[in-house]
Design a protein around this ligand. Structure first.
Ligand SMILES: *Cc1c(COP(=O)(O)O)cnc(C)c1O
Length: 392
């Protein structure tokens, strides 16, 4: 039978400790999660989510979501291009453009769909995409889906990228990068990438999934962090399910470029607009992000605390930290087995830190991905350190 092969493949994945097992969480997103354990239900102190500002269960956002559903109903009923573009969607697009300082924005239902829509709308056969090796899976798929030549450069290696661009005879060139790398937490040199884009007349597509809400003045993202001014060649993608705490994504840029994407991004056209209440919730979330200086300050204090206390432990056990100054703080332990064991020992102490294995990260760099949130306290970070000390 055609499906017999799948059983063998699943068994092989299991053998390599690459099966992903989903946990069922019986509480809202937060730092304390109620999780179905194998024997009983228990509460864990969690360092898993991308809810960097602690907004996912914010009462004001939840209220805006409920009020939005009362006013606008549950579903949008159609794609934006047909009749699904309701007033809250329009208001959100305008607010997002203003927030990131670009002329226009376009909503997508998820960040994955945004990336899959943007890249193939801009480049195709005869063109080339230049991509950082550690880019997010959605950017890799977007480059492949475009049919353009897919050139990958070593992580953040500006000279290597410059060489590739010089040698390329592609008609159109597109540089594609995460701003904050999702598994390492380090930041791409966007200023240098932009300079190369200028030199080689290329697009620069920036995936700010982990920067939006956290980096820059008022949390308005990585462009502000680097003082990059609006340019028609900069295409900015932000996601709304991480620091913004809700769901969805958007692309922002020059008005003509965004008009083109609205006309030509297949994942924007052939899909139902997200529920209008989601836009209502996001309008409230944007307000809280803009007024979130105290949350960001607390988050950065937690990052500093964690890094300081983790450094000697890592040295002692041969674990590696990255140079991340962001809430993503990986503890690289090497083998899949080590990562899974460490994660399990932490869980036995009531702490949930996910183990991340290949192919999400390169072979031999399995890790615990510690994710901090402004909703954590100093005591939470201290508890994580104490538990890690016991893991030795
Ligand atoms: C999470 C993520 C995405 C996908 O965004 P979703 O809204 O979750 O689909 C895209 N790019 C990066 C870098 C991400 O981390």
């Amino acid at each position: 039978m055609i499906w017999g092969e799948l059983e063998d493949k699943l068994a092989a994945l299991d053998q390599e400790q690459q099966l992903r097992r989903r946990r069922i969480v019986d509480s809202p997103c937060g730092t304390r999660l109620t999780v179905d354990g194998p024997s009983d239900t228990h509460e864990l102190l969690a360092f898993c989510s991308n809810d960097y500002l602690g907004l996912a269960n914010d009462p004001q956002i939840v209220a805006a979501l409920c009020a939005g559903a009362q006013r606008w109903g549950a579903g949008s009923g159609a794609a934006h291009a047909v009749s699904g573009h309701l007033r809250p969607h329009q208001q959100l697009e305008e607010a997002l453009a203003q927030f990131v300082g670009l002329p226009r924005a376009l909503l997508f239902s998820t960040g994955f769909m945004a990336n899959l829509g943007i890249v193939p709308a801009l480049v195709g056969r005869g063109d080339a995409v230049f991509a950082d090796r550690l880019n997010h899976a959605s950017l890799i798929d977007a480059a492949l889906a475009s049919g353009a030549e897919h050139k990958r450069y070593a992580h953040k290696d500006i000279e290597a990228l410059d060489k590739l661009l010089k040698l390329s005879s592609a008609k159109r060139k597109l540089i594609l990068t995460d701003s904050v790398f999702s598994m390492d937490g380090d930041i791409a040199p966007l200023d240098k990438l932009y300079a190369l884009a200028e030199t080689h007349d290329a697009w620069l597509v920036i995936d700010d999934a982990h920067g939006f809400g956290v980096l820059g003045t008022h949390g308005c993202g990585s462009l502000s962090h680097f003082n990059l001014l609006a340019s028609p060649r900069i295409i900015y993608m932000g996601t709304l399910g991480k620091a913004a705490g809700v769901a969805g994504a958007f692309v922002a840029g020059d008005a003509t470029v965004i008009e083109w994407l609205q006309q030509r991004s297949r994942t924007a056209i052939f899909t139902t607009a997200h529920p209008p209440a989601v836009s209502c919730a996001l309008l409230k979330s944007l307000e809280l992000i803009a007024a979130g200086a105290a949350r960001r300050k607390h988050l950065h204090a937690l990052i500093a605390q964690l890094r300081q206390e983790l450094a000697p432990l890592a040295l002692q056990h041969g674990w590696q930290l990255t140079d991340s100054q962001m809430p993503i703080q990986p503890l690289i332990v090497g083998s899949n087995r080590n990562a899974l064991e460490l994660s399990a020992v932490l869980e036995a102490q009531g702490i949930w830190v996910p183990a991340i294995r290949p192919p999400t990260v390169p072979q031999g760099s399995a890790r615990l991905r510690i994710c901090l949130s402004a909703a954590h306290s100093e005591a939470d970070v201290a508890a994580l350190i104490t538990a890690l000390e016991k893991c030795a």
